[in-house]
Design a protein around this ligand. Structure first.
Ligand code: SF4
Ligand code: SF4
Length: 83
């Protein structure tokens, strides 16, 4: 957990969000999701939300492609893909 704590307090701090670092679009694979909900803690726009079943909802229209979620997701369930 110390690595995650370091990410949250360092490079993934919300004020350091840099939307200009667009790399593509985020895709979500619920088969790889462990419901840890770390991604919900870092998304600055509300594009990610908690689904009734504990998995994640992704609203692409609200995503600014900051990649914070894909960088913190420990399982690769959230990935940035080229458009
Ligand atoms: S960080 Fe990854 S594994 Fe955790 S809830 Fe989000 S998508 Fe699922
Ligand atoms: S890439 Fe999109 S979904 Fe992921 S944290 Fe940034 S705004 Fe939220």
């Amino acid at each position: 957990m110390s690595k995650i704590r370091a990410l949250l307090s360092g490079p993934l701090k919300r004020e350091k969000v840099q939307p200009e670092r667009t790399m593509g679009r985020v895709v979500y694979d619920r088969n790889r999701c462990t419901k840890c909900h770390l991604c919900l803690r870092v998304c600055p726009t509300g594009a990610l939300s908690l689904a009734d079943d504990g998995f994640i909802n992704l609203e692409d229209e609200r995503c600014i492609r900051c990649s914070l979620c894909t960088r913190i997701c420990p399982t690769g369930a959230l990935r940035m893909v080229k458009e």
